[in-house]
Design a protein around this ligand. Structure first.
Ligand SMILES: Cc1cc2nc3c(=O)[nH]c(=O)nc-3n(C[C@H](O)[C@H](O)[C@H](O)COP(=O)(O)O)c2cc1C
Length: 196
């Protein structure tokens, strides 16, 4: 319990004034079985720039996040990281605020109660997108590689489930960096719009 309170306090500190009150939202356990054959999924992975207004349910979101950055083996992740530093961060940007994925507790930690979706709305198809993932890191050489591994995993999960997704470099990186009050060299690297 004490650890939980410390974690929340740390996130309030990191998020600075971005967040009015700390909220931790537990996600359902991801289902780690089933799915289509791997070669079919590779073949189906693609960018689709068309979204309905259907929201992403928590089960699907949990599995998306686990694919991107979940813990899968010996405390390690679904993607490799240089020197096993595990220093990628994955944010969920939705109309109800911005959330940091906490893989260890399979939870979302709210880091902003503001709707930050406008920082991602540069292309017409973006208006209906329910979730933007934002990948951040502080290692100039390796963090972009980690983000690339994560968005590829999500792209493959999307192909398996029939979700639409677009990896997007075209977003307001400076704006979202300020809005999230990113510190200590943490930089927005790439985003990924995902929905039905
Ligand atoms: C690093 C990166 C940045 C991208 N940025 C954008 C973007 O800002 N907007 C967009 O519509 N597509 C973006 N894309 C998607 C590419 O245009 C798309 O992957 C490419 O056309 C190939 O299509 P495919 O993904 O269906 O194979 C990006 C892809 C990558 C890998």
């Amino acid at each position: 319990m004490k650890n939980g309170i410390k974690l929340i306090a740390a996130f309030m500190l990191v998020a600075g004034t971005a967040c009015a009150e700390p909220i931790v939202k537990k996600l359902p356990e991801p289902v780690l079985e089933g799915g289509r054959p791997l070669m079919e999924v590779f073949k189906e992975r693609k960018t689709v720039r068309k979204f309905s207004s259907r929201p992403l349910d928590d089960q699907t979101l949990s599995e998306i996040l686990w694919s991107a950055w979940g813990i899968s083996h010996n405390g390690k992740r679904t993607i490799p990281t240089a020197k096993n530093e595990q220093n990628l961060k994955v944010y969920v940007i939705r109309s109800d605020g911005a959330w940091l994925y906490d893989a260890k507790d399979n939870a979302l930690l709210r880091v902003s109660d503001k709707n930050l979706m406008p920082y991602f709305n540069q292309q017409n198809f973006m208006k209906a997108v329910p979730v933007n993932l934002l990948y951040t890191g502080s290692d100039a050489k390796y963090s972009p590689m980690h983000a690339g591994s994560a968005y590829q995993n999500v792209g493959l999960y999307a192909a398996d489930k029939g979700l639409h997704n677009v990896v997007r470099g075209y977003f307001d990186a400076d704006g979202i960096k300020k809005a999230l009050n990113l510190q200590d060299g943490e930089e927005p690297l790439i985003s990924q719009a995902i929905g039905w």
